[in-house]
Structures are given as structure tokens and as C-alpha cells.
Design a protein around this ligand. Structure first.
Ligand code: ADP
Length: 263
């Protein structure tokens, strides 16, 4: 049953993905066809005025279609996960300079690190790109500056807590939150933000893949992700990644072996 559920979730994701692509691709093909039709008709009438501008429009649409397939290939060629025991505090510290360069000087980066943070089992490279995606989104949401907070904490979710959450198992997680004091999202945007290709950004500014890849990474790592946001106040995206249970076992202090008294 669980396998079926996973399979149907996968098909749903594939359906959303192909639906979105088909729609975008169709618009671009229509742009190409329409421009070429007008150009052909004019040439048939012996006219050459504006032919170059219709040709240029067709070329632009073809270029956008090519860029879309390029992004799609990059999306499907995602590397397989290589899970390791990761110290998220150390990872965030090692990325702080890169994040600061990304957000510029008007946004303040603040790190809040839980002491005694559990290790998490996930692919550190993919966690890095997920965090970078979230940092870029936070930056884009704070064009006039603000504060970006990256916070880590241990999170123990019990059966009662997860009862109404379809994608969450009870257990121990490491939570990494990326919070901004930016524009925030409307409830409508929140509900679609994880969808592939959903973007409110201008053409060429956003791909709509950042959050869907971040969510996909969290799910593949057997964790999950949540968005908390309020228009005009800011956004917090929480990544929940599973605790590395092997490390948890290593935490248990072994009693000293009792030595047999020497006779
Ligand atoms: P992209 O950033 O390319 O648009 P994403 O999947 O990363 O794609 O985000 C989808 C949409 O979710 C964005 O276009 C934006 O509307 C919204 N969004 C994501 N992060 C934030 C944020 N930190 N603050 C406000 N809106 C956000």
C-alpha cells in the first residue's frame, strides 16, 4: 500500500510537471508558428515590410523553448542522492560568506544555531543547493533590505503532531529554517509555491523550480518542508531532515566493562 501511495504521489508530481511544461511549450510554439505564418503570407503577397521583425519574434520564441527544455533536462538529470552524516550547523557556517555575497549589503545575515544539534542523514551537496535556493528567494523578497535568519534546531515530532500531516512520519528531525523579513506570500501563492514551474517573478528572473526542487530533496531524504508566510511580514521556509540514527546510537554512553576481580 505504501509503495502504491509513493507511486501515485510520483505520478501526481510528474503530471503537474508535464502539465506545466506542455502549457509553456505550447505558448512558445504558437509564438513561432504565428510569426512564421504572417511572414509567409506577406512574402506570398510580395511584401517584405516587417518580415525581419516577425522572423526575430520566431527566433525569440524558439530560444525560450530551447531554454525551457534545457532547464527541464537539468531538472531530470539531478544527481542521485549521496546521503552522509551532516552537521547542519557546520555546513551553514561554511556557507555563510557565500550567502553574504549573494544577498548583498542591505540584508543582514543572522545565524541562530542550536547547541547539541543532532546530525542529519542527507546529501550535503543537495542541502547546500536547497539552502542557496532559499537564500536567493529571501533576497528577492527583500529588495529594500531586511534580515535573513538561518536557524537550526532539533525537532521531535510525535504521533499526535503528525496525525493530520499526510507527508510526515513521527520521529526526530533536524530543522533548518530560512526566514526573511520580506514581502511575504499570499495564501494562494503559498499553496502553489512548491509546484514545479510556479513563479510570480518576471520572465527570465525565476524558473519556478527552486522550491519544488527543495521540497523534492527533503522528501527524497525522508524529510519534508513547510512554508510559513504572511503578506507584508515575511516568510520562513523550514526544512525537516531526518536525524542520523546511527549517530543517535553512538550518543548512548557505553558502561565501562566490569573487570572480573583478580583472584
Ligand atoms: P522562483 O524563485 O524561480 O520563482 P521558486 O519555486 O523558488 O521559484 O518560488 C516560487 C514562488 O514562490 C516565487 O516566484 C515567489 O512568488 C514565492 N516565494 C518563494 N520564496 C519566497 C519568499 N522567501 N518570500 C516571498 N515569496 C516567495
Amino acid at each position: 500500500l505504501e509503495e502504491q501511495l509513493r507511486q501515485s504521489q510520483k505520478m501526481e508530481a510528474v503530471g503537474q510537471l508535464t502539465g506545466g511544461i506542455a502549457h509553456d511549450f505550447n505558448n512558445m510554439i504558437q509564438g513561432i508558428t504565428g510569426s512564421l505564418q504572417i511572414a509567409t503570407r506577406r512574402l506570398a503577397q510580395g511584401r517584405t515590410d516587417e518580415i525581419d521583425s516577425f522572423m526575430a519574434r520566431a527566433i525569440t520564441s524558439a530560444g525560450r523553448a530551447a531554454a525551457l527544455t534545457h532547464r527541464l533536462l537539468a531538472f531530470s538529470r539531478r544527481q542521485p542522492l549521496d546521503p552522509r552524516s551532516v552537521d547542519a550547523n557546520a555546513l551553514v557556517v561554511s556557507l555563510a560568506d557565500m550567502f553574504r555575497r549573494t544577498i548583498g549589503e542591505r540584508i543582514i545575515l543572522q545565524l541562530v544555531q542550536a547547541p547539541g544539534l543532532w546530525k542529519t542523514l542527507c546529501d550535503p551537496n543537495q542541502l547546500e543547493s536547497a539552502l542557496l535556493n532559499l537564500v536567493i528567494n529571501a533576497r528577492d523578497a527583500m529588495p529594500n533590505g531586511g534580515t535573513l535568519t538561518i536557524e537550526t534546531r532539533n525537532a521531535e515530532l510525535d504521533k499526535d503532531y503528525v496525525r493530520r500531516l499526510a507527508d510526515v512520519r513521527p520521529g526526530q528531525y533536524v530543522c533548518v529554517s530560512v526566514c526573511d523579513t520580506g514581502t511575504g506570500m499570499s495564501p494562494e501563492t503559498i499553496s502553489r509555491a512548491f509546484d514545479p514551474f510556479f513563479t510570480t517573478k518576471a520572465i527570465g528572473q525565476g524558473t519556478g523550480l527552486g522550491l519544488s526542487m527543495t521540497y523534492g530533496f527533503a522528501r527524497q531524504s525522508e524529510g519534508f518542508a513547510r512554508i510559513y508566510s504572511k503578506l507584508g511580514e515575511g516568510t520562513s521556509v523550514n526544512l525537516y531532515l531526518p536525524r542520523d540514527v546511527n549517530e543517535a546510537e553512538a550518543d548512548i554512553v557505553q558502561p565501562e566493562p566490569v573487570r572480573a576481580p583478580v583472584a
